[in-house]
Design a protein. Structure first.
Length: 407
């Protein structure tokens, strides 16, 4: 059956799980490893899609939760799907909304409520906070962060929403836990996520058949299991072997509770279990050192809001580390953020001008800083890919890390 979706592994990194590859979608190719900028609400904040393409982005990732609430996934469907709606000429991803309904959905209060029965043992909410999301075996009920209205996501609804949004790569609905949950809760949540993954496959298959005039959407299964090796390996085995009526996952998303110390191990555990010939997306990773660890341990694509978010607070990347461009020392520096950077911002503007724009609270400050930061991170992962190709990955990593982190 021709789906228009494929993944071809290229060169392997010596003695590690890292590799290069090419993901083919109905809207074009992604050379991997690749960093995928986040266009949460069908826009990369402050940057036009043409500029995003020019700075080197190969694909964008939007958010199912946000687009479901506003403008509504049925409207994106009427518009001809995400790529057409936002005028992005290239591949698109949406995440399932699982993370947002449980964390962001809980809103600005930054609290997560687990189900009633285990609440005592897994209380990660301060006493005075309102519980805004409730997980049960069938799905999650949550309150909109926009207007406080109540909504419900189930695996089936997440698939329906993501089919309407119409991204090339979509993710199964999972329960995202935190590192603070107990081991027994992690086990329970993992089993729930496994059953939800099966339901996602069934509903995805039904929708694919029902909407056969639409471009094929690849479904990635999301792996949880927090910091536990046995749970992570189990999740990887379960999802890679999972098949419902002959349909299996096209790739995998690695998500959930992890920290800097365990991130490399977690990736190694799951990627040792996952099939080599399917792509793996590492959700929510965007710091340079984490990206190196990710690539080394076999992740193919990454997304993170950090490069844009940091840009808007005047924090810009340089090869010598991040700097705050609005600080006094930069106000009369009449040279670019980085002299050898080829981005639009660095080839046209000085640090002094950016410093002025941020201090004057001019909108274009965010645009120019975002262009540079996205170019830096997208370009960094591109260089990792090239260095795997020419066998210089570890030299490149050492050189970059020494200069960026001073170690
Ligand atoms: Zn630049």
């Amino acid at each position: 059956m021709g789906t228009g979706f494929s993944f071809k592994v290229g060169k392997k990194l010596d003695g590690r799980l890292g590799r290069t590859g090419v993901i083919t979608t109905s809207h074009g190719e992604i050379k991997t490893p690749a960093f995928i900028p986040v266009a949460t609400k069908a826009t990369l904040k402050s940057v036009l899609p043409e500029t995003l393409k020019e700075l080197g982005a190969q694909a964008v990732l939007a958010n199912a939760y946000h687009l479901y609430l506003q403008p509504g996934s049925n409207l994106v469907d009427q518009a001809g799907g995400l790529a057409k709606f936002m005028n992005w000429q290239g591949p698109t991803f949406t995440d399932s909304g699982g993370f947002q309904v449980l964390s962001l959905g809980v809103g600005f209060k930054k609290v997560i409520a687990m189900d009633e029965n285990t609440f005592q043992a897994d209380d990660v909410i301060a006493d005075d906070k309102e519980r805004l999301a409730h997980v049960d075996d069938d799905g999650v009920t949550f309150k909109s962060h926009l207007d406080g209205s109540m909504h419900r996501f189930t695996p089936e609804i997440s698939m329906q929403v993501q089919h309407q949004i119409g991204a090339d790569i979509i993710f199964s609905f999972d329960e995202c836990t935190t590192l603070h949950n107990t081991r027994s809760y992690q086990e329970k949540a993992l089993e729930r996520t496994r059953l939800w993954a099966q339901r996602c496959l069934v509903e995805h298959d039904r929708l694919t058949k029902e909407r056969k005039d639409k471009p094929y959407q690849a479904l990635f299964g999301v792996l949880q299991g927090a910091q536990y090796e046995d749970l992570r390996r189990k999740a990887a085995k379960d999802l890679s072997q999972m098949s419902m009526a002959g349909v299996s996952f096209d790739g995998f998303g690695i998500g959930g509770a992890l920290d800097k110390q365990t991130l490399g191990d977690i990736l190694k555990w799951v990627n040792e279990e996952l099939p080599v010939d399917k792509p793996r997306h590492f959700l929510g990773i965007g710091e340079p050192d984490d990206l190196f660890v990710g690539v080394e341990n076999g992740a193919d694509t990454f997304d993170c809001v950090a490069p844009s978010r940091q840009a808007r607070t005047s924090s810009v990347f340089t090869k010598d580390g991040r700097l705050n461009i609005s600080n006094a020392p930069h106000k009369d520096e009449f040279f670019p953020i980085e002299k050898d950077c080829t981005c639009y911002t660095c080839t046209h503007y000085t640090r002094a001008y950016l410093c002025h724009l941020f201090r004057a609270k001019e909108m274009v400050a965010a645009t120019l800083a975002t262009i540079h930061n996205q170019h830096f991170i997208v370009g960094l992962v591109d260089q990792m890919r090239e260095s795997i190709e020419d066998g210089s990955f570890f030299e490149f990593k050492d050189r970059f890390m020494k200069r960026y982190y001073g170690k």
